[in-house]
Design a binder for this molecule. Structure first.
Ligand code: 6PG
Length: 244
């Protein structure tokens, strides 16, 4: 990657230390944002990697030291399934974090995956726009992302129509396999964030990570399209994913 000055990469021995540092960064960014403007808006990803981070945030000390009442939680993407479905990213965050903290219900902006993908995407888009008011593209204070072995991030998959810059904030994604339709924020929203934090762990990500961070054509991968104009992109990577 022709490393821009606003890209930072940290390699950790294991997922535990990676997640601990991510929790520290979450707390630090939330304090700065709440101190500056009284609120902190963060979009969370699903999958397996961030589970430990959410668990740490829902436990001492973060459970009580982070000012949850001033934090608004959004999702980078969601599967179009009911909220109690094991595949639900909302369920992941509810079970690991929401049940452990005191946060106003109106601060939790989740996708209603139980509805039709287009309706769910439109409703979610309206929720985000209502929160941000009239700005064209919302500026999240933090977006937490993972990457798939195919280079997808959020639910922006290689070749998906949402890959090009999109005027929309959130769009439906119809996947052939696994046959689970989704809703995702668009790459233009990700690229307007003040902070993007990628959490990447495990050997399965080594090749795609090398291609994205050091390969000749990072933009061949949706995660390689993440390039914030005025923000910072931080990669937290464990040793397995970092490879040699
Ligand atoms: C999702 C995520 C997705 C995830 C990657 C990595 O809804 O699944 O948003 O983009 O971040 O697939 O998933 P793992 O953390 O499980 O490797």
């Amino acid at each position: 990657m022709n490393r821009r000055s606003n890209v930072r990469i940290s390699v950790f021995d294991d997922l535990q230390s990676l997640s601990q540092s991510a929790a520290e960064l979450f707390q630090s960014l939330s304090r700065s944002s709440i101190g500056a403007k009284g609120r902190f808006a963060v979009a969370l990803s699903g999958g397996t990697t961030p589970r430990l981070l959410y668990t740490l945030l829902g436990a001492s000390p973060y459970q009580n030291t982070i000012e949850w009442h001033s934090i608004h939680l959004f999702w980078a993407d969601e599967r179009c399934v009911p909220a109690d479905d094991p595949a639900s990213n909302y369920k992941l965050v509810r079970d690991t974090l929401l049940k452990k903290i005191t946060i106003p219900e109106e601060n939790v902006h989740h996708v209603h995956g139980e509805t039709d993908p287009e309706l769910a995407a439109h409703a979610y888009e309206q929720d985000i726009k209502a929160f941000y008011g009239t700005v064209a593209i919302p500026i999240f204070d933090l977006i937490i992302l993972g990457i798939g072995a195919d280079g997808h991030t959020a639910s922006i998959f290689p070749g998906s129509p949402t890959v090009p810059e999109s005027a929309r904030v959130a769009v439906p994604v119809y996947l052939e396999k696994p046959q689970v339709n989704r809703v995702t924020i668009t790459i233009s929203v990700i690229n307007h964030a003040s902070n993007v934090l990628f959490l990447v762990a495990g050997k399965a990500k080594t090749n795609v990570l090398q291609n994205i961070l050091y390969g000749g054509n990072p933009k061949a991968y949706p995660a390689g399209l993440v390039s914030t104009e005025n923000g910072t992109v931080t990669w937290f990577i464990d040793r397995e994913a970092a490879g040699k």
